[in-house]
Ligand binder design. Structure first.
Ligand code: ADP
Length: 549
């Protein structure tokens, strides 16, 4: 017997209409490249999104068409999120930090028909335009139309001109909620980038779960700073989560250095902030280098959410101590829309001591409702949830991908689980801890050494600003760890100092064979340590010692 409830599709347009009706007093705050701030109530933003939807239809955009963006976080990018998906087309956010060649590949692979871009990317778009086979409209996301140059290789239109004269009295069309709504390519650290195609239903379900108390816990009283870019897995769902819950959303534009982020947090009284570890490292450096700042008094921050890469314990400590807020780790990936699990902040007195508290905070926490996890050994056998057994992490759920866009290869195992490429433990309380990525773990003498754990211990040395551990080939042990460290400005430490600091915290056979110092640790377009580059750079490195002694 079927239930007798209304069958209403779960559509992205319903999120912005809900915000317009119910949370009209809450804002989307947008900072531009020059530092200018503009605020739009959700009602005004919804009206602009509807006007843009009309304009897209007038340009000839049809359901299923891909509309690409190359843009930082601002109100126009957010309007595109709603306008494009709202008419049944697919918002295709492209990461401008990728190599131009990769950007060209992604735009052609997706056959996106329009490209909306920030004026700051005009040179990049001009360079790419001749090779972009499917794009018929290039739209500059600026207040005023830039005068087309005489040798303009493409017809450039202006965003505000497209909107001019449109009232926003447009009604969103009904759609099948399984229809595609968004497209995001993984950064392709191995092989070509692969597209993950989100749907209306998956996006709305993800927003309900990710934003709720079992997830990020975003409320109407929150002012949410999305440092995570709108081109990095839908800014972790924040444009949807904030509209659904009526939180004010602050979009920082292109300036993401520590000083600019601090100033925005202060001036907008942000209560929550989301970003990858490198962003928070920049913020902490700024606070440490400017002792006149008084973050706990000047800021209203309640929580910082860190995701996208492993966060060293020293960074978590610094954020808590210096900013006076809770720090929560979130785990996810492009293929998961992105949220899979979220860390838990212990209540006062819940855990026996400070060490237990730090151990808890270092975990990526419990699966959010909707995501089922399992860890398995090399043969696919389930491993115990004892917090010790580390295995391949697989996931299943309504916002987990079932296959890559325009790739025929089957992706899921017989039970419908997706292999994440991560290695993790799950403890008896259900808390997940990512110990490594499959391609980064050091396989030494038939055992695994966690590069993430070594990096965390090395980073707790006061002179170390950032640490990376990679595998070096070894004739006897197969692989051995090499530690690469960047020191804090004005600090010094020798390899022996750092190894001596690490020794009490790790097994003897985990000790790196050598430490090398660098001025800069390279990062990927999504803020992860670029280990492929480090492996190339240190190929053939001769270590101090060879294997465990
Ligand atoms: P890309 O691979 O394109 O850089 P993703 O953002 O999809 O982008 O990366 C997902 C991966 O990032 C995960 O598989 C995991 O290895 C890593 N990751 C994400 N969040 C965390 C976290 N909190 N701790 C450790 N690693 C994380």
């Amino acid at each position: 017997m079927l239930g007798l409830m209304q069958e209403q599709p779960l559509l992205i347009s319903s999120l912005i209409e809900h915000a317009a009706e119910t949370h009209a007093d809450r804002q989307v705050v947008s900072r531009d490249a020059a530092g200018g701030i503009r605020s739009f109530g959700y009602r005004a933003l919804a009206s602009r999104a509807r006007a843009l939807a009309e304009a897209l239809i007038a340009l000839g955009v049809k359901p299923g068409d891909r509309v690409a963006t190359l843009a930082w976080n601002d109100h126009r990018h957010m309007e595109l999120y709603y306008a494009v998906s709202g008419i049944g087309a697919v918002i295709h956010t492209v990461n401008p930090r990728l190599f131009p060649q990769q950007i060209g590949f992604i735009l052609n692979h997706a056959e996106s028909c329009c490209l909306f871009f920030d004026p700051g990317f005009t040179a990049l778009v001009t360079e790419l335009a001749p090779g972009l086979t499917a794009i018929s409209h290039f739209v500059e996301m600026a207040d005023e139309a830039a005068v087309p140059l005489p040798d303009d290789p493409f017809v450039r239109q202006n965003y505000e001109h497209l909107l001019a004269g449109r009232t926003g009295a447009f009604a969103w069309p009904p759609l099948d909620d399984r229809a595609a709504s968004g497209l995001c390519y993984t950064s392709g650290t191995t092989g070509d980038p692969k597209g993950v195609l989100y749907a209306h239903r998956s996006t709305v379900l993800h927003a309900l779960s990710a934003g709720g108390p079992g997830g990020f816990n975003v409320t109407r009283d929150d002012v949410v700073l999305a440092v995570v870019p709108l081109f990095h897995v839908n800014a972790w769902g924040l444009p949807y989560v904030c509209a659904l819950n009526g939180a004010t959303l602050v979009l920082p534009g292109p300036r993401l250095d520590g000083a600019s982020i601090y100033e925005l947090m202060r001036s907008q009284s942000c209560t929550m902030a989301f970003g990858v570890p490198t962003v928070w490292m920049g913020l902490i450096d700024h606070v440490k280098n400017n002792p006149q700042l008084r973050p706990p008094d000047e800021l209203k921050l309640r929580r910082v959410i860190i995701g996208g890469a492993a966060a060293p314990a020293a960074l978590i400590d610094d954020l808590q101590d210096l900013l006076g807020c809770d720090v929560v780790l979130a785990w996810g990936m492009t293929e998961l829309s992105p949220l899979g699990s979220i860390g838990r902040v212990p209540r006062k007195g819940e855990l026996a001591d400070e060490e237990a508290r730090r151990r808890r905070l270092a975990k990526q926490g419990r699966a959010v409702f909707g995501v089922t996890m399992k860890i398995v050994d090399a043969d696919g056998q389930a491993l115990p949830r004892d917090g010790r057994a580390a295995g391949r992490l697989l996931v299943r759920g309504p916002w987990v991908t079932s296959g890559y866009f325009r790739h025929d290869a089957p992706l899921l195992d017989a039970d419908g689980f997706f292999e994440t490429g991560d290695i993790a433990t799950i403890d008896p309380a259900g808390d997940l801890e990512i110990t490594d990525r499959m391609k980064d773990v050091i396989k030494s003498g038939g055992e695994w050494i966690s590069s993430i754990e070594l990096e965390g211990v090395a980073s707790s040395h006061p002179a170390v600003a950032e640490a990376a551990v990679i595998a070096m080939p070894h004739p006897k042990w197969q692989e051995r760890p090499l530690l690469i460290a960047r020191l804090r400005e004005g600090r010094s430490a020798s390899a022996d100092d750092i190894l001596a600091h690490m020794a009490p915290h790790i097994a003897k056979w985990w000790m790196p064979d050598d430490v090398v110092f660098v001025d800069d640790i390279p990062h990927t377009a999504t803020g992860k340590i670029q280990k492929t580059k480090l492996r190339e750079r240190f190929a053939g490195h001769q270590a101090l010692q060879s294997g465990p002694n």
